[in-house]
Design a binder for this molecule. Structure first.
Ligand code: ZN
Ligand code: ZN
Length: 362
């Protein structure tokens, strides 16, 4: 893990935002900058030095995981202690992540520093570390490749459990059991198994509903390996499908492939979204595509960039995004197909390519 270079980048970003120091309190940011995986911690950066604040539950773990940082173990809020420490070290301003700090936390942070500093000390910076996390380094990409490949193997394995009469929860249970046996630390999010009319729900978590003799089954799931999430969706059909099912599936597939093909450095996220959306518009499924095309993925299942309509952010090499258009016809059925795509120097590389997207009838 290249935590040192990350911390140097982070403090540079804080300086660009007009602050001398940086306070990171959001769990994935803390992990990214320090390697510390505990649930309660704050990283403080100032003047080329780095400190990790946590509590007594993590004494051994923090010292083992956070290399190159001085570790402080104590009671009370790590972020409040970190802010007080930065002020005591001579920092006169400090960037903090406003999007992950509540009003009452900010109040507590302010009270922790000397009165004369309070007015100008805290510089609100949204997602300063999150933006660095959008570009994955070689180590992160290696982990994400393994996570994506495991997702594909799990999908292959779960196909035999997709049979009429099985409940959605049973399908999810089989998938998740195999995931844990294969070394997954956790699932990236609550596994989605949406069958029959429930496939029209974009976020249909597995229920006790039984898989029908005829109808779609959508599986959307991911595993966590070494802290990094995978994310993929496949939709299969049980029994013989009608022409509308076939058409909608292939429109979504075409939209998904068009957006994957559009991925390259320099393109805006809005244009990638439009590549998918225009295909579905032509197929008169624009209204049925009720969400955005994709999102960044990494230490968090949903992170930047947002691959959505009109988003002006451009893709950069090293980003890992999902491409997941869908079409949902309430009361009938729905289809979604999702891959993880790495932005390369010239285009995109599908990390979940081992799972076919061709029509599967079981
Ligand atoms: Zn997904
Ligand atoms: Zn996703």
């Amino acid at each position: 893990m290249q935590h040192g270079p990350r911390r140097r980048q982070a403090i540079e970003s804080a300086q660009k935002a007009g602050a001398h120091a940086l306070l990171a309190t959001h769990g994935p940011d803390v992990r990214y900058l320090s390697g510390f995986t505990g649930s309660s911690g704050a990283v403080a950066l100032f003047g080329g030095r780095a400190w990790l604040f946590t509590d007594g539950r993590y004494t051994t773990q923090a010292r083992a995981e956070a290399k190159g940082l001085r570790v402080f173990i104590d009671k009370g809020s790590p972020s409040v202690r970190a802010a007080a420490w930065l002020a005591a070290q001579g920092a006169t301003s400090c960037a903090y992540d406003a999007s992950h700090t509540t009003v009452s936390e900010l109040d507590a942070l302010r009270k922790a520093i000397p009165g004369k500093l309070r007015r100008s000390f805290f510089v609100a910076a949204d997602g300063l570390v999150a933006r660095l996390r959008e570009i994955k380094d070689i180590d992160e990409l290696a982990i994400m490749r393994r996570a994506a490949a495991l997702g594909c193997r799990l999908f292959d394995g779960v196909l035999e459990h997709i049979v009429p009469g099985a409940t959605e929860v049973q399908v999810a249970a089989n998938l998740e059991f195999q995931a844990r046996l294969a070394g997954a630390e956790a699932m990236s999010f609550e596994t989605i198994v949406a069958s029959g009319v429930r496939s029209a729900l974009p976020h249909g978590h597995a229920t006790k509903a039984r898989l029908p003799r005829r109808g779609f089954v959508t599986l959307d799931f991911g595993v966590v390996l070494d802290g990094y999430c995978s994310d993929m969706t496949r939709t299969v059909h049980l029994g013989k499908a009608g022409p509308q099912e076939w058409d909608v599936y292939h429109s979504v597939l075409e939209a998904q492939q068009a957006a994957v093909a559009a991925v390259r450095p320099g393109i805006t996220c809005g244009d990638v979204d439009e590549a998918a959306r225009s295909v579905l518009r032509k197929a008169k499924l624009e209204k049925a595509f009720s969400h955005s095309t994709g999102h960044g993925v990494g230490l968090e299942i949903h992170e930047g960039p947002r691959v959505a309509a009109k988003q002006q952010q451009v893709l950069e090499p090293g980003m890992v995004i999902t491409i997941e258009p869908g079409a949902y016809l309430p009361g009938k059925f729905g289809v979604r197909i999702e891959d993880m795509v790495r932005v390369t120097q010239r285009g995109g590389e599908v990390l979940t390519a081992a799972s076919p997207k061709v029509w599967i009838e079981l």
